[in-house]
Design a protein around this ligand. Structure first.
Ligand SMILES: Nc1ncnc2c1ncn2[C@@H]1O[C@H](COP(=O)(O)OP(=O)(O)OP(=O)(O)O)[C@@H](O)[C@H]1O
Length: 766
């Protein structure tokens, strides 16, 4: 149906602007839309599979007669011989199809040819045959990667090619066939979860003994090297001296920052911590840093102070575990010799994400026997911001000249349609080892691009799709919604929160409304409603360039002059005449916010109160990954759905509480939809994946586009790898969302999709 009744008005697609679909959907959700004929409640379908239409909530298949479509002439007037639309309605004879861009399949130009190398029994190794009989089949290359146990080996394992299977089977093979002492095998994984999963898998293999598996040295680099440190120097590395939490490290930095007058609220301490971690993992000590910018100078100062503080208080952080072990082995030849004698086999997973200090440690330990088996996929290197460096994988043979290289190109996870698209997409990267993944099955479901109007509609369309599928019997855990940054998940989080679908989120995903910039903007709104809200007042002081220490004075003055905290701002003596004048002007502006819609109010805060200027001065605009003004744009997109400030504030509070609640529940849910950043989804697989925001500026991220404009293409290549990781998480279906607008502006489809949509042109896009 193309029409519905709202109040006493007839709503027809012919009269709707594209941006109004979401509004009508929300009205429909509250049961206020009715069928023009039978008057029953209807709702607007806003999903991926069909074009938008109204349907009867209690009888979706029911069709009622509809009023005749309005005539074109009803919508136009003639002026100077031209036909001009009468109002803001778009062209008279418009249909849904005219407003709505249909989903688009990414058809592969490569025909499906099933990979041929899956091994048929009997296999030449009785143990591998036994494994195969127990469901652990290996293809020819996988089998080679399992049985080539002597000397260094690089296993270039494409997405879904069975890295985990190879590593576990190789370990089992070493134990069972080669009779290797488990204590001489070191198996390094990227996460501790991966390590315990591998051990569990090993336990399920035939003829594996529990005590043998327990003796293997497995875990992350951190856990293994920490054990070594504890063994040799327990006094200095006791667990109670470890700075486990980010807030502990943050506190040390903030204390040091006071010496430079860096504001606790304004300076990006989280980014500074990340930068310090990057330096440490890259073996760049404070004396080696060559600061180029003011930011570098500030962070270097904090780095020195941070290290000094730890030394004085005999504390250490996670990065110190690796650095400490590296120094221990470098400075104590006898200890190094002991471990070189002890470990004979090194198996390292996710080798593309190894960093300098980890690499140097491996080189030291394997110095005598060179039995390093490195497994990784250069196309999935996505952690360079933490110091990971895929060139260790790309240049493996330089340091291990006798290394054999085995490439795993059979993809056992995803349908041909997904694999072919991912292959074609990643081929545009220049810094990679060429490989072509081959799928094992085809399901005639090519990846689908869909085109929501904006982030809000994107979320609605996905949740509609999920509801349909779960109603038809799919399990919530079959689905993942992936995105570039946590901030991008706001709308989908909100839509899922108001659905009855179970979902889980990352533990470190803070609520959008708790982000510093968003919270500050909301504090202006709160103050306009309650002029004595001291918490909100404290939040906005930095934006007005007033020191927190003035808060006491403001409170005292408000008692003395019998006025609200907010009014007191115009009475403040700041010793800067221009600032006092500005404050006098600002107070009535803040007071006037309460009469505006949320979007108008935020715009006023940006422009008339000078929030945007503040962001520029604060330097958050030069912060590569997270620009403060982007948060404000996102907030305006969210605020569009609310007519009053009260409603927006209540929603923000509710969402912030929901975030905490969902995180608690996330630990217990087993059958739930996963909401995850692409980074967090690495190594995981889902039947169906929805990828949000496939537009330039989101994926690739703005910072990578900026670098490429300055001639540095490596961040763009890393973003393309992220896109690849996202695509290859999907087993059966992949939905890629290309919103027409993002952050209130027209958005361009991601450049990464170009080679897939223009197959005949030579794919060479940077
Ligand atoms: N030889 C094989 N035959 C059948 N299935 C296989 C084979 N090897 C691996 N698989 C299956 O393929 C899927 C992908 O394997 P795995 O997760 O180990 O891949 P991966 O290389 O770690 O992937 P990624 O790097 O993309 O995360 C798993 O479901 C695994 O059980």
């Amino acid at each position: 149906m193309k029409t519905a009744i709202y109040g006493n008005k007839t709503i027809s697609f012919e009269q709707l602007n594209r941006e109004e679909f979401q509004k009508i959907y929300t009205i429909g959700k509250s049961g206020q839309l009715h069928c023009p004929s039978c008057k029953e409640t209807v709702q607007l379908y806003l999903g991926i599979q069909h074009e938008p239409h109204f349907y009867h909530i209690n009888a979706p298949e029911k069709k009622c007669p509809e009023p005749a479509p309005a005539l074109v002439s009803d919508y136009y007037i003639k002026r100077d011989g031209f036909k001009i639309p009468k109002g803001r309605t778009i062209s008279g004879a418009a249909t849904v199809a005219n407003h709505f861009k249909h989903a688009n399949k990414i058809e592969s130009s490569v025909t499906f040819n099933r990979g041929t190398s899956t091994v048929t029994l009997p296999f030449n190794s009785p143990f591998l045959q036994l494994l195969a009989e127990n469901g652990v089949t290996l293809d020819e290359n996988q089998a080679a990667a399992v049985t080539e146990t002597e000397g260094s080996l690089l296993v270039l394992a494409g997405a879904g090619s069975g890295k985990t299977r190879v590593l576990t089977a190789r370990t089992a093979y070493l134990l069972k066939v080669k009779q290797i002492d488990p204590r001489s095998i070191m198996l390094v994984t990227f996460t501790s979860k991966a390590a315990s999963e591998m051990k569990n898998r090993l336990l399920s293999y035939p003829e594996m003994k529990r005590d043998q598996i327990q003796q293997l040295v497995t875990g992350t680099f951190h856990s293994i090297f920490y054990r070594i440190l504890m063994f040799h120097d327990a006094g200095n590395w006791a667990n109670d001296k470890l700075l486990k939490k980010e807030w502990q490290r943050d506190k040390i930095l903030k204390e040091a920052g006071k010496e430079l007058g860096l504001s606790e609220k304004e300076f990006a301490y989280d980014a500074a911590l990340q930068q310090i971690g990057y330096w440490k993992n890259s073996l760049i000590m404070p004396q080696d840093v060559k600061p180029l910018t003011d930011w570098d100078k500030n962070v270097l100062f904090l780095y020195k102070k941070y290290e000094e503080y730890k030394r004085q208080n005999t504390l250490f952080d996670f990065d110190d575990m690796l650095l400490g072990c590296y120094q221990l082995l470098r400075n104590s030849p006898e200890i190094l010799d002991y471990y070189q004698q002890r470990f004979h086999y090194f198996l390292i997973d996710e080798f593309q994400d190894i960093n300098k200090v980890q690499y140097e440690l491996m080189k030291l330990l394997s110095g005598k026997n060179q039995n390093v088996c490195a497994v990784g996929d250069d196309d999935q290197a996505i952690y360079s911001f933490r110091g990971s460096d895929p060139s260790y994988l790309l240049d493996f043979e330089k340091d291990f000249p006798s290394a054999k290289v085995i490439t795993l190109e059979q993809n056992y996870r995803s349908a041909h349609e997904i694999v072919a698209a991912a292959n074609q997409m990643i081929a545009s990267n220049k810094t990679r080892r060429p490989k072509q993944m081959k799928a094992q099955f085809s399901n005639s479901s090519p990846p689908l691009l869909f085109f929501p109007y904006d982030e809000e509609e994107e979320a609605t369309m996905i949740v509609t799709d999920l509801q349909e599928r779960i109603l038809n019997g799919a399990s919530p855990s079959d689905f993942a919604i992936l995105y570039r940054t946590n901030a991008a998940s706001r709308a989908v989080f909100e839509r899922l929160s108001s659905s009855n679908l179970p979902f889980i989120i990352d533990q470190d995903a803070e609520s959008f409304y708790d982000r510093y910039i968003v919270r500050s903007a909301l504090s202006f709104l709160k103050l306009s409603l309650n002029e004595d809200d001291s918490e909100s007042l404290s939040d906005i002081l930095p934006i007005l360039f007033i020191k927190q220490t003035m808060l006491k004075e403001i409170k005292a003055l408000s008692i003395l002059k019998d006025c609200s905290f907010l009014e007191t701002l115009s009475l403040l003596n700041t010793t800067h005449a221009f600032q006092e004048k500005k404050l006098k002007k600002t107070v009535p502006i803040i007071q006037s916010l309460k009469t505006l819609t949320p979007v108008q109010a935020i715009e006023k805060i940006e422009k008339e109160i000078g929030f945007l200027d503040y962001l520029k001065k604060r330097g958050s605009e030069s912060n590569q990954l997270e620009k403060g003004s982007d948060d404000l744009k996102d907030l305006k997109t969210a605020a569009k759905s609310f007519h009053t400030i009260d409603a927006l504030l209540a929603h923000a509070e509710h969402m912030s509480a929901m975030n905490k609640e969902i995180k608690k529940l996330s630990k217990h849910f087993t059958d739930a939809i996963s909401l995850s950043t692409i980074h967090r989804a690495k190594g995981l697989e889902y039947k169906t994946v929805y990828l949000l925001g496939a537009v330039d500026g989101s994926l690739p991220h703005d910072h990578a586009l900026e670098s490429s404009r300055n001639g540095d293409f490596s961040p763009l290549e890393e973003e393309r790898r992220l896109f690849y990781v996202a695509m290859t998480r999907a087993q059966n279906e992949l939905f890629i969302s290309v919103p027409e607008n993002r952050r209130g502006k027209n958005a361009a489809r991601t450049r990464f999709l170009r080679p897939l949509l223009t197959p005949r042109k030579k794919a060479n896009f940077q």
